[in-house]
Design a protein around this ligand. Sequence first.
Ligand SMILES: Nc1nc(=O)c2ncn([C@@H]3O[C@@H]4COP(=O)(O)O[C@H]5[C@@H](O)[C@H](n6cnc7c(N)ncnc76)O[C@@H]5COP(=O)(O)O[C@@H]3[C@@H]4O)c2[nH]1
Lengths: 185, 185
Amino acid sequence: NVAHGLAWSFHLGYLNLVLPRLEGSITAFRASHNAGPFETRGSRKLLILLPLNANITHTLEDEDTNIHFHDNLPDTEIDRAGVRGRVYKHSVYTVLDKDRQAHHCVVEYATPLLTLYKMSQESSAGFGERDRREQVLLFYRTLQDILDRSVECRNRYRLILLNDEHEDDPHYLSNAILKNLDQQE
Amino acid sequence: NVAHGLAWSFHLGYLNLVLPRLEGSITAFRASHNAGPFETRGSRKLLILLPLNANITHTLEDEDTNIHFHDNLPDTEIDRAGVRGRVYKHSVYTVLDKDRQAHHCVVEYATPLLTLYKMSQESSAGFGERDRREQVLLFYRTLQDILDRSVECRNRYRLILLNDEHEDDPHYLSNAILKNLDQQE
Ligand SMILES: Nc1nc(=O)c2ncn([C@@H]3O[C@@H]4COP(=O)(O)O[C@H]5[C@@H](O)[C@H](n6cnc7c(N)ncnc76)O[C@@H]5COP(=O)(O)O[C@@H]3[C@@H]4O)c2[nH]1
């Protein structure tokens, strides 16, 4: 079960490293930015997008005109497996709601879903398009379980499962993100 | 089979991105360094270390006094899954042979093995220490197959499988690396 291993890898090799450092990065970011991001509205959690069809884009603004890249958080450098100062970073986005109010948040897609998507396109990977949706759900549930039991990661993230039946809504993504901000602030 | 998915993830999410760019990074690196690294001896391939026991260290010099960190190659920045300008980099090491001659090479451990190692220590991951060695071999064979069939990655890497029965040899790692340089230069 590919998704099981990818969820563990995502936690052990990424979330477990970056989530405990996220608060510190946001504090350093606010100290160096005048416009007061995160002060009024937004989230200090890492928002992790999980599209059910695993179809990940690399640039969020291409998905929704209410989403704009704001800036990157300061880099975190960690010596990892022989790579000196491997860089881990997150991007801050401004999301406009229907009243044109700006909300700042740290959001990104769950990178391992890109692997699931590409594997389903490689005939030699032994993994088809029909397996993909099921694997995304398995990834989501496994990751939820792991994170629920992780003291270091608690309350520092939100997993946002994205349905793919929204082709006609140009603000589906910003709405999904905003819904997840309201629930916590 | 966790190792199967991790090998695909390592290729699709990393090697397929960085190997085609490696030659360019090394050329840029040599242009900005006087001491002529890579000129006399060394390798322009990415040397990927795979210890059979999946026991990965983060700092190669701690493993062998004949290995010294030299510098990092220039960063590559790629927009990935919502992270703007995600950084990919490699470290260059100087490896001394028994005649104290210095060889430059770009070497690192296969990071997914770290996931295998840590999963074998987490009881909730459903993956024990006995499975680990078998999974490392499966990772190695799967990765070999994938890379053999990849035109973009051909001849730009070497997979170095490391036996773990060498506790008494303080220069096991540098010897393993040097053996892999001779075979190609
Ligand atoms: N968003 C995001 N930002 C990151 O910096 C990052 N780093 C890792 N990950 C994801 O976490 C998980 C564990 O990472 P690991 O390092 O063990 O495996 C990684 C690692 O072995 C290798 N790799 C990827 N990026 C790098 C890198 N910059 N340097 C070295 N190796 C890398 O290729 C594997 C797959 O990478 P991704 O497919 O991008 O997703 C990874 C993976 O799902 C990240 N996800």
